[in-house]
Design a binder for this molecule. Structure first.
Ligand code: HMG
Ligand code: MG
Length: 302
């Protein structure tokens, strides 16, 4: 398998990053974050989730965020929708792309969306049908592909089967999530080998969390397998409310630094991204997780 010539990044900070913050982030701050990410050159920015506010209070203002954000030409602004109710709310708010999310782990599926894997797939069918009629592309997410906080190891074949189910249902791409960041390059390669037998590699994305500082090496391993799309979160914001111990997503600026270092074009302005990372960290009253955002000279080295 060859390294891809071009890589696409899906920025998930405003959703996967902020959904786990304890203090409520204002709609205004979210809107500004989305604007700054767009200005930095991100072409796909996940802006929110139409889920139950009782389950994830931080995403309760997703419709307001969509109403106030400025949409840039050529930029996608996907949102998560767990069921038809979420889809209808997203559509009413003006969503032009949605994501459905399943899990490779039965226990995680129940904790995250309160149903089994099979039930979740049944729940997604009407969402897919409604999205098709509205001409809305649907992305799929699969959680716990390299480990589950409740079950431990997840078999690569299980990951492959649920990925295939999402793809066959009509997802244009399935993002494979190492939700708790327990993956290593060896595990990543074994998992991808199994998945690629059932789903074309150009329909897959990698979604790595950096709990054990393995996210970038897992991306490097996935690049060798030909995976050309990666989810990342500015400043490494993130976690998952239903995945105990899940720390942040891989930081977008670190992924961009890696890709540019490999000679892979992203169209992203690293300086602007690093400033955004510093800015959002200030807003959240925390030190940036990504080492690049801490370094005054980092972007001058690229
Ligand atoms: P449920 O309680 O089983 O739902 O939750 P229900 O159908 O029985 O309805 C119960 C109540 O929820 C009702 O309200 C519904 O109206 C309401 P009540 O009558 O009690 O007032 N409800 C909704 N409200 C708003 N939006 C909706 C919606 N649906 C029902 N769409 C449900 C099921 C899926 C709704 C719930 O479990 C939920 O919202 N879960 C979301 C969890 C979540 O967002 N997790 C984080 C994202 S996944 C993730 O982070 C992993 C990922 O990043 C990849 C990775 O890292 O690996 C993607
Ligand atoms: Mg995630």
């Amino acid at each position: 398998m060859q390294m891809p010539g071009k890589v696409r990044i899906v920025e998930v900070g405003p959703r996967d990053g902020l959904q786990n913050e304890k203090t409520q982030i204002s709609t205004e701050t979210k809107v500004e974050l989305i604007a700054r990410l767009g200005a930095a050159g991100l072409k796909s920015i996940e802006t929110g989730a139409f889920v139950s506010a009782k389950w994830v209070p931080q995403m309760a203002d997703s419709a307001a965020v969509m109403q106030h954000m400025v949409r840039l030409e050529g930029v996608n602004y996907p949102v998560l929708t767990p069921n038809l109710q979420g889809f209808e709310a997203a559509l009413a708010a003006g969503a032009q792309e949605i994501s459905i999310f399943a899990s490779a782990s039965e226990s995680f599926s129940r904790k995250n969306i309160n149903c089994s894997i099979a039930e979740s797939l049944e729940r997604f069918r009407p969402v897919m049908a409604a999205a098709n009629s509205a001409g809305i592309p649907v992305r799929g997410y699969l959680s716990c592909v390299l480990g589950c906080p409740y079950e431990g190891e997840i078999a690569p074949l299980q990951v492959a089967n649920v990925t295939a189910a999402l793809y066959q249902m009509g997802c244009y791409e399935v993002s494979l999530g190492d939700t708790i960041g327990t993956g290593t390059p060896g595990k990543t390669l074994k998992m991808l080998e199994a998945v690629i037998k059932l789903v074309p590699v150009d329909k897959l994305a990698g979604h790595f969390h950096d709990t054990y500082a393995q996210a970038l090496v897992n991306i490097y391993a996935s690049l060798q397998m030909g995976v050309a799309v990666y989810d990342a979160s500015v400043s490494g914001l993130g976690g998952c409310p239903y995945a105990t111990g899940a720390s942040g997503n891989v930081a977008t600026e670190e992924v961009v630094y890696l890709l540019h270092g490999l000679g892979l074009e992203t169209g992203i302005d690293l300086d602007a991204l690093v400033s955004t990372s510093r800015w959002i960290s200030e807003q959240l009253g925390r030190t940036p997780k990504a080492s690049l955002a801490l370094s005054a000279q980092a972007t001058r080295l690229t």
